[in-house]
Design a protein. Structure first.
Length: 212
């Protein structure tokens, strides 16, 4: 089991994270997220202006992970990665592998805010099943070159990164395939490895969340 949020069956709280991103974030990873097509509470592109602020006024880098170049990626993407549908969990595992082997995760946060990390490490590094979840392993599954996976992992770890996992409320197409609950779990685990809840580091779709 993976727990990452305190209520609503794991759906992330969306309010006030715009202010947090504008003050502290340096990059946003949109994973199975297309807010231009799934606009948010009020629709009508009401959240577009927020992404314009983040991108053009504050120079946040925006990375998109989606099998197709969606509407939001076409407008905002600095980099677009297209995994084979249903292989997102393998990509997430490879990212965590890079963080573990290069020691670029938040070790103090993991020690004080997580439980069961040793077992997670054993699985990612292949101690549990004999298969290391490294970028070359993930390349064969996802179709994304190992060098791109490694580059994403390194940049993610070097910046205060907001993860836009899914659309409004955290739901995304990546969790609508066989065994896709693993993708949802991985999103919480990845951000926990980088300090979930620290300034600029959270899970926020960029749709809801105006300061009020």
């Amino acid at each position: 089991h993976t727990w990452g949020f305190y209520w609503r069956l794991g759906v992330p709280e969306q309010y006030d994270l715009l202010e947090d991103a504008m003050k502290y974030s340096e990059m946003i990873v949109f994973w199975s997220s297309d807010p231009e097509a799934t606009s948010g509470v009020f629709a009508g592109q009401e959240s577009t202006v927020r992404r314009l602020w983040l991108k053009h006024d504050l120079s946040l880098k925006m990375i998109f992970i989606d099998p197709y170049c969606n509407d939001t990626a076409a407008i905002f993407a600095d980099k677009w990665l297209a995994p084979r549908p249903g292989t997102d969990a393998a990509l997430a595992l490879a990212i965590s592998y890079v963080w573990l082997t290069e020691e670029t995760y938040d070790r103090d946060y993991v020690a004080t805010h997580t439980h069961g990390f040793d077992r997670w490490v054993g699985y990612v590094l292949g101690k549990e099943d004999g298969t290391s979840k490294d970028p070359h392993w993930a390349e064969k599954i996802t179709g994304i070159p190992a060098r791109d996976i490694r580059a994403l992992a390194r940049e993610w770890a070097s910046k205060r990164t907001m993860l836009a996992a899914g659309g409004l409320g955290g739901w995304g197409g990546a969790c609508r395939s066989a065994y896709a609950t693993e993708w949802a779990r991985m999103m919480v685990l990845l951000q926990a490895m980088q300090g979930l809840g620290k300034p600029g580091i959270n899970i926020w779709s960029t749709t809801g969340g105006s300061p009020y």
